[in-house]
Design a protein around this ligand. Sequence first.
Ligand code: BES
Ligand code: MN
Ligand code: ZN
Length: 490
Amino acid sequence: MQIKFSSKPSGDALAVAVYEKASLSPSAKALEEASGGSLTRAIKASRFTGDAGQVLEIAAPADVKAARIVLFGLGSKKTANGNVYEKAVAAAAKQLLLGGTQVLSVHIDAEDGELASRAALGATMAAYRFDQYRTKLKADKKPSLTTVEIVAVDDKAAKKAWKSWESVAEGVKLARDLVMEPPNILHPEEYAKRISKLEKEGLEVEILGESQMKKLGMGSLLGVSQGSVREAQLVIMRWNGGKEGDKPLAFVGKGLTFDTGGISLKPGAGMEEMKGDMGGSAAVVGLMRALAGRKAKANVVGVVALVENMPDGNAQRPGDVVTSMSGQTIEILNTDAEGRLVLADALWYTQEKFDPAFIIDLATLTGAVLVALGHEHAAIFSNDDKLADRLYAAGKASDEGVWRLPIGPEYDRHIDSDIADMKNLGQGRNAGSIAGAVFLQRFVNGKPWVHMDIAGTAMYAGSKDPRLPAFGTGYGVRVLDRFVRDFYES
Ligand code: BES
Ligand code: MN
Ligand code: ZN
């Protein structure tokens, strides 16, 4: 599906906005007048009120060139911001995606280029499909919609604004594709290869294999990988769009291409979801893609640790003690708490190698975060209030919400071990997500840092949000792009 901008609609379907209490937007009003009041008639005969996210599809009246009209609700005019446009136009596009319409012309009456872009982003997100492994999809089950045409008041300004948002859309798509890929295909080496392809977008990409990681002393990461026949990869992406000498912003992602739990094997039911245990890394890769695409004015480094956690004769055991790159030793009490082990070395490496302004890590780290926040917010943990506040604001602005949970010495004690510097578990079932966070904190060497636990938000099979496909949501790309955009580019 492609996005176009124009000043006049050419589509076989038109989408026009309606505000709450069925108050028509200017372009809806124009249609209403050209068609002898047919919009109001249709609204009256329906339950559509113009509330945000509602859609009503009607056959276009005789004197309108298009065949169909979709009304999309924006709710109150006062609250109709980018998020509302994004979601509303996503709902409209989703309504027509498979129904035969080829070109949907969406009227955006606002003059703001960003609102038009957010509408386009919503349509793109709603049109997302992951069909490459279907060989028998019938023509009439494939999307019919090829183009969404944004008809904006100032279509030149809208088109210009879209240039940067299009990169965000591409970053989200990339992150989703990576999460959706089956784990036999997307193993660490294949994943690293795909990241290398981003060099053509202007990213510098470096790949470390296991022998290099061994030399660096990454015993914690390698302990997780040792049960897999696949070689772990540490991939470093750099985007240097800022001033020379400015400390980079660092993003680190957990990239378990599959997590069986290892010797502490997970139950069979639902285990296939653990192909998405690389969602943190996918968000970092998607973000780097977005930043390079829109030539962000910031120096940014993305580090992803790509590993497979398997049970095997060579797999690590509960009871093992490993030595991390930081020198700190870790007693493994559960081989399924592997994300923190992998990130421990990735975080230490990142802070030591790049001396970043801050580090944000993203990880599908704990099932416990689903208990706390469901699929609707990522949990954040931080040693820096300003960073956490900024991330919260970016979450609000991008509609990828975050909610802060506490860390501190009283929780840090939970991971003390009887025989090593720490253990990879907290105290029983309590505060499981926090135990993961305080563990990671021991590997950032006091640098400003945020941990985002995205186990709930990166994978969501049953969402009602029209922007989200079943399963891989691409969570993280939008909030982090927004975070960089709003606070670190001048
Ligand atoms: N990858 C899982 C966390 C997860 C669970 C992500 C559900 C997405 C959905 C992680 O590696 C894990 O297994 N965590 C354990 C930690 C426990 C052993 C302390 C968990 O959450 O049960
Ligand atoms: Mn696990
Ligand atoms: Zn995991």
